[in-house]
Design a protein around this ligand. Structure first.
Ligand code: HPA
Length: 256
């Protein structure tokens, strides 16, 4: 199978019956749902676990991505709940990640530890696959599901939310979306030569941007609004033939 969806907060399944596959990787075991879509198998992985039990800083990102690669996956579509720093993106909107800023700390963030005596670097001029992003935009047109645009995703370590001063600083640095999971996920996908795109589900305006506090109820209501549209978009892209000829994702690793 060459297509996988990584469901973030609020997206715990594809809505289709699945068989569960346990994948053993050098980084740990991963449970992946395999669903049938248009006569093809597609993998579905709940990033935080199905019961939403793994916090962002404890997710075994390397095991997750390695497991997908071992299954033969070449194309990954991820959803990620985000706060918005950009007044143009409101709760309930879907926004494509176009680039990222990394404010994580202390996460295992690379496969390239030099254990094999090789020094490798990954190029990130296009962190999110341009072809998968184009496919998501085309799916949005086909299904008449509006995308609010695309923006820069800033990843924090979490699990705490940000202070208003941090959000002011992040806005000044060009961030549009803030979340806790897309780094190192997008980087690890690229290190493995996979095409990867992320769809941000805006669930709140970032800290200090609105008079009213951020509440769990509001976040859950926004997730409810986004969940089905995001899943339909991803599944629609997966019904298209996908290959790696139109992007450089499979060739971004430099060994020096
Ligand atoms: N900050 C960080 N991560 C998030 C937020 C936020 O405001 N909303 C959803 N995930």
């Amino acid at each position: 199978m060459n297509k996988a969806m990584i469901g973030g907060t609020g997206v715990y399944g594809s809505g289709t019956p699945a068989r569960v596959e346990q994948v053993a990787t050098p980084y740990g075991d991963v449970s992946v749902d395999v669903v049938e879509l248009g006569g093809e198998e597609v993998a579905f992985l709940a990033r935080h676990g199905k019961g939403h039990s793994v916090p962002p800083h404890r997710i075994n990102y390397r095991a997750n991505l390695k497991a997908l690669q071992q299954l033969g996956v070449t194309h990954v579509l991820a959803t990620a709940a985000v706060g918005s720093l950009n007044p143009a993106f409101r709760p309930g909107d879907l926004v494509l990640a176009a680039d990222f800023l990394d404010f994580t700390q202390g996460r295992a963030r690379t496969f390239f530890e030099g254990a094999d005596g090789q020094v490798r670097h990954v190029g990130l001029e296009e962190p999110y696959c341009p072809e998968l992003r184009r496919q998501l935009t085309a799916a949005a047109d086909r299904l008449e599901i509006p995308l609010a645009g695309s923006g820069v995703y800033l990843c924090t370590e979490g699990p705490r939310f940000e202070t208003p001063a941090e959000i002011r600083m992040f806005r000044g640095w060009g961030a549009d979306l803030v979340g806790m999971t897309n780094v190192p996920e997008v980087v690890l996908a690229k290190e493995l030569g996979l095409c990867y795109a992320a769809l941000g589900l805006v669930v709140n305006m970032a800290s200090g941007l609105e008079e009213v506090p951020i509440t769990l109820e509001d976040i859950q209501a926004a997730l409810e609004q986004c969940r089905d549209r995001a899943t339909r978009l991803c599944l629609d892209v997966f019904q298209q033939p996908l290959h790696q000829q139109h992007c450089s994702c499979a060739h971004s690793v430099m060994g020096l």
